[in-house]
Design a protein around this ligand. Structure first.
Ligand SMILES: Nc1nc2c(c(=O)[nH]1)N[C@H]1C(S)=C(S)[C@@H](COP(=O)(O)O)O[C@H]1N2
Ligand SMILES: [Mo]
Length: 578
C-alpha cells in the first residue's frame, strides 16, 4: 500500500496559495460569474441577490393576496382545485417508498460532496466545447496569466474538508471513486423505485393522469403564496395524497431532473462520446453537459431547501411521521428520526472522508471491483473519434511540471540531436532511437479530442509514428502485456512521472508516439521531444517528455504498483477512461 501523502488544504489556507504564488504567476482562487461580458465576484452578488429575493417574495405574497380575492381568480380556484380526492391513490407511504427516499437522500450527500471535488479540479464551466480561459460563464479562479506555465493542476482548487469528498487535498481520483460508486447505487435505487411503483400499482400518487393538474398547481401556488395551506383548505393532507403542485414537482424530480442528471453525467464520459458521437450533441457538447450537470446539482440543492421549508410550513411533525414511519399524527418521533437520518448521512460522508485518507488504496480496489465491470458492460472503451482540422481548439491547457533535469535541458539545447529513445524490456530487439530515426519511420497524423480527467478537453492535431511501427521494430516477447513509459518530467509530488498501457491499447492504429502538435514540432509545454497519444485514454496516461519505454509482464512491481504516477499518488483507477 502506498504511503499517505499529507493532505494539502489550499482553498481556505492562504499559505499554500502563497506557495503557488511563489511558484508562478497567479490566477487567484475567487468565485466569479460572467454577467454582461464581465466577470463579477459571486461574493459581491450574494447580498444584492438576497435582497432581490426578499423583495420578490414580499411582492409575490402581496400579489397572491390581491389575486385570490378577485372574482375571476376565485372562480378559477373553484374550477381547478389544488387537490381533489382520488380513490386510486392509497394514503400513506409504504416501506419501499420510505427506504428509497432515505437512501436517495444519503446518496445525494455523497454525490454532491464528491461532485464538488470533481468540479473544483477544473474550476471553470463553459458553454463552448473549447475550454478557453476567459470564455467560462462561471469560474472559481481568476484569469490565467498569459505566456506562463500555469497548468491545469495549478488551476485546481481544493475543497475544504467540510464540503468536498474528500476535501482537504486536490485528488480527483478518490472523488471519482465515490462519485461513480454512488452513481450506480443512485441509478439502481431510482430504477427500483420506478419499477416498484408500477409493479405495486402505486404510481397514481406520482404520475400525472390529468391535464387539470397544471391549472391545479397554479391554484396551489396562489394558496401557498397567499399564506394558506391547501391541506387545511381541502382537508386532504400530503399523507392522503399529494396536491397538484407537489405531485408535479415530485414527478419532475423523479422522472425528469434525476434522469437528466444521469444523462448529462454520461455525456461527460469520453468513452461514451467516442463511441456515440451523436450523444453529446443532444446537449450540445460535453462542456455544456458539464455545465448542466452542475446546474442540475444546484437545482437539487434548491429543491431540497424548498422541500424542507414546505415540509415544515405544512405541518412539520405530521409530515415527518408520514415519511419516516408511515404514521399520521403529530408525535415527535418522526422529527427525531429525521434528525438521525440527516446526521447519520453526514456522519457517513465524514466517515467516508476519513476512510479515503486512511485507506485510499482499499477504496481504489473497491472501485475497480465494482465500477469497472459495470462500465465494461456499458462502454466500449476502445473506440476513438476523429475531428476535423477546423475544430482544433484555439487554447489547449497544459498539464504536468516541465522537466527540470539537466539531462533534458542539455538535450533541448542541442536541439534533440543527442536524444535517444530507449526501448527495452521483454522484447527480442531492444533499440535506441534518435529523433531522426523516429521521424524516418511511417508518419501518421490525426485530429482528436484530448480529455483531461480534471474536466477540460481540447482538440488538436497530432503527428508521429504509429506505435505499431515500434512494436514491429522491437518485436515484443509473448509475455509482454504492458509497456511502461518513463518521463524526463517529475510528478507533482516529486519522483519520476510514468504510466503504463495494455498492449491492446497500444496496438490500436491511432496510438502514436507524437513529435508534432498542430502541424508544428511539439513544444516544450506539450511534451518535447516525444509524447504519447493513446486516444481512448484520459490525458494523464499520455506521458510527455518520454525518456524510455519498457515492455513488461506486469506493472505491479513498478514504483507503487498501481500502473502510473497518478494512479500511485492520486489514487486514480487503472482503466479509468470513462
Ligand atoms: N511527464 C508527464 N506527462 C504528463 C503529465 C505530467 O504531469 N508529466 N500530465 C498528464 C496529464 S494529467 C495531461 S491532461 C496531459 C496534458 O497534456 P498537455 O499538456 O499537452 O495538454 O499530459 C499528461 N502527461
Ligand atoms: Mo490530466
Amino acid at each position: 500500500m502506498s504511503k499517505l501523502i499529507n493532505p494539502q488544504p489550499d482553498f481556505f489556507h492562504p499559505e499554500s496559495e502563497q506557495r503557488k504564488l511563489e511558484a508562478m504567476p497567479y490566477a487567484p482562487a475567487v468565485a466569479q460569474i460572467k454577467l454582461f461580458g464581465k466577470y463579477r465576484r459571486i461574493r459581491g452578488l450574494i447580498m444584492p441577490a438576497f435582497f432581490a429575493l426578499a423583495i420578490i417574495v414580499v411582492i409575490g405574497i402581496l400579489l397572491c393576496l390581491w389575486l385570490v380575492q378577485l372574482p375571476a381568480v376565485q372562480s378559477f380556484i373553484a374550477t381547478f382545485p389544488c387537490v381533489r380526492p382520488d380513490p386510486a391513490v392509497k394514503p400513506g407511504f409504504p416501506l419501499w417508498v420510505r427506504i428509497t427516499h432515505l437512501l436517495t437522500f444519503i446518496y445525494l450527500l455523497f454525490l454532491v460532496r464528491s461532485g464538488i471535488n470533481i468540479l473544483l479540479d477544473h474550476p471553470r464551466l463553459y458553454w463552448t466545447l473549447n475550454c478557453t480561459p476567459g470564455k467560462e460563464w462561471l469560474r472559481w479562479r481568476g484569469d490565467v496569466p498569459k505566456n506562463s506555465q500555469w497548468t491545469s493542476k495549478d488551476d485546481s482548487v481544493t475543497a475544504p474538508y467540510w464540503l468536498g469528498l474528500p476535501g482537504g487535498r486536490h485528488t480527483i481520483g478518490i472523488a471519482r471513486h465515490w462519485h461513480f460508486m454512488f452513481d450506480i447505487l443512485f441509478i439502481l435505487t431510482g430504477a427500483a423505485f420506478i419499477i416498484l411503483q408500477f409493479a405495486l400499482g402505486e404510481w397514481q400518487r406520482l404520475v400525472p393522469t390529468s391535464w387539470s393538474l397544471f391549472p391545479g398547481a397554479v391554484t396551489c401556488a396562489l394558496q401557498y403564496g397567499s399564506l394558506h395551506d391547501p391541506a387545511r383548505i381541502y382537508g386532504i393532507s400530503g399523507y392522503v395524497r399529494f396536491n397538484a403542485l407537489q405531485q408535479l414537482t415530485y414527478f419532475a424530480i423523479v422522472f425528469i431532473v434525476a434522469p437528466l442528471q444521469i444523462l448529462t453525467g454520461i455525456a461527460m464520459s469520453p468513452a461514451f462520446d467516442n463511441q456515440f458521437k451523436w450523444y453529446q450533441r443532444i446537449f450540445g457538447n460535453r462542456q455544456i453537459a458539464r455545465s448542466l450537470h452542475f446546474l442540475l446539482m444546484c437545482f437539487f440543492i434548491l429543491f431540497y431547501i424548498g422541500h424542507m421549508i414546505l415540509v415544515a410550513y405544512t405541518g412539520l411533525l405530521a409530515n415527518l411521521n408520514g415519511i419516516t414511519l408511515n404514521i399520521n399524527n403529530t408525535s415527535f418521533l418522526g422529527f427525531w428520526l429525521t434528525l438521525l437520518a440527516v446526521g447519520g448521512g453526514l456522519a457517513l460522508t465524514a466517515g467516508a472522508l476519513s476512510f479515503s485518507w486512511k485507506f485510499p488504496n482499499v477504496l481504489q480496489k473497491i472501485s475497480a471491483l465494482t465500477v469497472n465491470p459495470i462500465m465494461d458492460l456499458v462502454f466500449d472503451r476502445s473506440v476513438r473519434a476523429q475531428y476535423k482540422k477546423e475544430q482544433i481548439s484555439p487554447y489547449f491547457w497544459q498539464n504536468g511540471k516541465l522537466p527540470t533535469s539537466e539531462e533534458w535541458k542539455r538535450l533541448k539545447e542541442n536541439n534533440w540531436q543527442d536524444y535517444r529513445l530507449k526501448v527495452s524490456g521483454l522484447v527480442n530487439n531492444p533499440v535506441d532511437l534518435s529523433l531522426e530515426d523516429i521521424k524516418h519511420l511511417t508518419k501518421k497524423q490525426q485530429t482528436t479530442m484530448h480529455n483531461c480527467i480534471q474536466g477540460w478537453s481540447g482538440i488538436a492535431e497530432w503527428g508521429g509514428v504509429p506505435f505499431n511501427e515500434l512494436i514491429k521494430l522491437v518485436n515484443p516477447k509473448p509475455e509482454a502485456h504492458y509497456a511502461i513509459f518513463y518521463s524526463y518530467g517529475e510528478g507533482l509530488e516529486g519522483g519520476e512521472y510514468y504510466d503504463s498501457h495494455t498492449m491492446h491499447d497500444l496496438e490500436h492504429d491511432m496510438s502514436l508516439l507524437a513529435y508534432e502538435m498542430n502541424y508544428q514540432p511539439l513544444n516544450d509545454e506539450h511534451g518535447a521531444p516525444l509524447r504519447l497519444r493513446v486516444e481512448n485514454q484520459l490525458g494523464f496516461k499520455m506521458v510527455k517528455w518520454i525518456k524510455a519505454i519498457e515492455f513488461v509482464e506486469t506493472y505491479k512491481n513498478q514504483f507503487e504498483g498501481h500502473g502510473g504516477y497518478n494512479e500511485d499518488h492520486e489514487f486514480y483507477g487503472y482503466r479509468t477512461e470513462i
